[in-house]
Design a protein around this ligand. Sequence first.
Ligand SMILES: Cc1ncc(COP(=O)(O)O)c(C=O)c1O
Length: 434
Amino acid sequence: MDNQELHKIAETVLIRSNLLMDVLPAADGPIFARAEGSIIWDTEGKPYLDFNSGQMCSALGHNNPRVIAAVQAGLETLTHASSVFYNVPQIRLAESLADTLDPPLSRSMFIQSGADSNEAAVLFARRATGRAGIGAFHLSFHGYTDVTRAMSFCAQKPGHGPPIADLYAIPTPYAYRSPLASDDEDWWKPLLELAFDVLDRQCTDNLAAVIAEPLISAGGVIELPKGYLGALQAKLHERGALLILDEAQTGLGKLGTMYAYQQEDVVPDILTLSKHFGGGIAISAMITSDDIEARATAGGLNFGHSHSSDPIGCIAGLASLEEIRASGLAQRAVEIGANWRARMLALQQRYELIGDVRGRGLIQGIELVRDRRTKEPARDEANQIFGVCLQEGLLFSVRGQHGNVIRFVPPFSTTDAQIDQAADILERAIRQVS
Ligand SMILES: Cc1ncc(COP(=O)(O)O)c(C=O)c1O
C-alpha cells in the first residue's frame, strides 16, 4: 500500500493531535515504515536523516542492536508483571542507575513517559515538603498530562481548560532575548531575585519545588547561564523547597556527561529521566534520595500505572545504560556537537537569517531573525526551511516561544559524513528561503 492510500485511511481513523498541524497539512507528511541508526525510511523507500531522533527517544540510533537483543530475550522471559510486587529487571535497573548517579540520589521509580515521571516528581516534592507550590520557567516544557501541561508554559494554547492551582511561572534566563542586558556574566542574578520575590508573595511558605530543564529544549534550545542552577537550588533550600531537574532531554549522555547536572555544581533533590532511556522503548524514571523518599512515602503513598516497572521497559533501560557506558556515547555527543556547532557558526557568517547559534552536545539550535538588530522572529522562514528540508530528506523540529528556533537532535549514531550531508541540505534550504 502506498503513502497516498495510507494517508486516506489515516485521515478517517486517527485522531489528529499532530504537533505540526499548523505547519504541514497532514496529507503532506511522510509515513514511516522502517529505520536504522540515524536514518528513517518512509513507505516509498525515501530515506530521511533523523536529526530529531524520532521524538528524541531514538538517540541511541533507531533499532539499537543491544536494546533489540535484550528486549527479544526479555519478551520470552517476563513481558509484564504486577507493579504491586518487585521484579528482577526492575531491581537490576535501579541498581545500575544508582551506579551512574551522584549521592544522595539513590532510589528510583519507573514509569512510562516523561510526563509521568514529572507527575511523580511533583507528587513526591509536595508530599516530602507538605507544601503545594511548584515553580517552572515561563518557557518550560514538561509534558502533556494535565499537571505537566499546566506547568509547560511554553506550550500554553487556548482551549485546554483552566490552568491548575499552585503552579507558578518564573522568568527564563534567556540571554538572547533578555529584558536585561546580558553581556555581564552575572546578568541573570536580578532575574533570579525577581523570580523569588514573586514566588515568595504568590505562595508564601508554601513552595514545594521548582522544576527545571538544565538546557531548555522545546522552549527554544536555551542554555542556562553558568551558576544559575546552583544559585536556584540554594534559594530553594533556604526556603525548605526542592530542586527537580527534568533531564528527559539532557540526561544519559546527550550533553557530553551522563547527566547535565554534572556540568554544574549541583545534585538535584529529584531527577527525572525519559526519552531515550529505553533506547526507543517507553520507560521513564523518577529518582530521589533516601531522605526525600522516606518523607514522601511516610503514611503510605499510592502512585503508579498498570505498566509501571514493566520488566520489558526495565530490560530496555538496562541495555540502553550499558550501551551509553560501554560505547562511550557521552564523548561521541561532545564530538557531534562540536562538529555541528562549527557548521552552524559558519552558516551564521554567511546568512543574516541566523541570529543566534546555541546548544551543547546532541541538542543544538539556531534562532532565525529577519533583522539581527531588532531580532524580529523569522517564524515563516523557519517553517519554510523545515518544509524544504523535509523534501530533501532531513528531519528536525521548529520550536521556541516565537516558533523561530530550529532544533537539531541527531542520534549518537550520526556519522561525520551524515553531519556534512545534513548541513549541506540545511544550507541549500536557508539559501532558497533567505
Ligand atoms: C523536558 C521534557 N520533559 C518532559 C517531556 C514529556 O515527555 P513525554 O512526552 O514522554 O511525556 C518532554 C517531551 O518532549 C520534554 O522535552
